[in-house]
Write a protein that binds this ligand. Sequence first.
Ligand SMILES: *Cc1c(COP(=O)(O)O)cnc(C)c1O
Length: 359
Amino acid sequence: MKKHNFCAGPSILPREVIEQTAQAVLDFNGSGLSILEISHRSKDFQAVIDEAVALFKEILNIPEGYSVLFLGGGASMQFCMVPYNFLEKKAAYLNTGVWAKKALKEAKAFGEAVEVASSAETTYNYIPKGYTIPEDADYFHVTSNNTIYGTEIHEDLDSPIPMIADMSSDIFSRPVDVSKYICIYGGAQKNLAPAGATFVIVKDEALNKVSRYIPTMLNYQTHIEGGSMFNTPPVLPIYSAMLTLRWIKANGGVEEMQRRAKERADLLYGEIDRNKMFRATIADKADRSYMNICFVMNDEYKDLEAEFMKFATERGMVGIKGHRSVGGFRASCYNAMPIESVQALVDCMKEFEELKIKG
Ligand SMILES: *Cc1c(COP(=O)(O)O)cnc(C)c1O
């Protein structure tokens, strides 16, 4: 049976990226060696990371004066690297979910960290608006897509101070005005590559402004100077990231990724809104994520939740269980997700309705 992979992360990658990665594990570039057993300082791997960085800059239209890094440690490591490198006195954070809250918690160890707004009291089911960003803060931190709750900031915000964004789960799903940010980071395992690599876009001239000592490995400058090779980088995920970036470019770039994301989201939210058995957890359509589509069974059908899960699983749906803090269902629809898989889930919801209400 065909599987439809709605996992939240690690998650779906383009089939050709997986096949080409598998090939490189067996024989990299016809060298007779596996990519797993060559030096990261070899000419062949240098070409890989150079191409990955070049494609990253090209596809996201990153202006001059920014560096692209591939590091270890996950997005979670960035929660502390960001304030280490950028917070001198004060920073501002928008609290839109558990990841945003974790980032804020780390910042508090480095100086004054202000929560400008929060939707925590309603299980983060909307994106706060109409708050004031303190102009004397060093940066304003946002989480552009809230993977667990299914809310998304679809456009770069306006801010009187430089922004920093965790874009772990929506990178390359829309055009980004990188010039509004001094740093954008994320774990690769949602939209880019297998787990193990962390991407960081950093504005060079925003660095070296804090007065504290920054441990060598946590200093972005170290990794800029080392070309992401100060220490051994996550070689295989970087190779897959390069392949994914080639795939994005060949498939029309971020504009096309955004069009596809919107098409998938319109299809699935359309069914959730139409079908009496289901309800979207995010009421405000403007805040609904294109990447992580969260829904529950309406109150009168609540006791059918486990049955629908079984019904969908039997029809090939994988990874649609909602995060434990939200419940219900979450269909993650990252860049590589074909519209056919979303249609298969929609068909499932229709069939279930036929069976339970109309039948
Ligand atoms: C998954 C995720 C993280 C955590 O990433 P790790 O690489 O596991 O540390 C952080 N932020 C967001 C928005 C995420 O989706």
